[in-house]
Design a protein around this ligand. Structure first.
Ligand SMILES: [Zn+2]
Length: 70
């Protein structure tokens, strides 16, 4: 979608989303990551899984320290 010359490679990333005012962090999400600009692409089934996790409201496996920059 851009003129970036980078190539995408499969990596496990930490994905952070804000949902209904909550910050939700999901670790080890498989994603295609551009080696140059860091652009991230998810497969459709990964997006579905992420939405499932967010909506499931099951207890998280870990709590993450959250800091405010300001
Ligand atoms: Zn790129």
């Amino acid at each position: 979608m851009s003129d970036c010359p980078g190539e995408y490679e499969l990596r496990d990333i930490v994905h952070t989303v804000r949902y209904q005012g909550l910050v939700i962090v999901i670790d080890h999400v498989p994603a295609e990551v551009c080696t140059v600009c860091g652009d991230i692409l998810f497969k459709p089934e990964t997006v579905r899984r992420i939405e499932e996790i967010i909506r499931s409201r099951t207890a998280p496996s870990q709590l993450v320290p959250l800091y405010e920059y300001a």
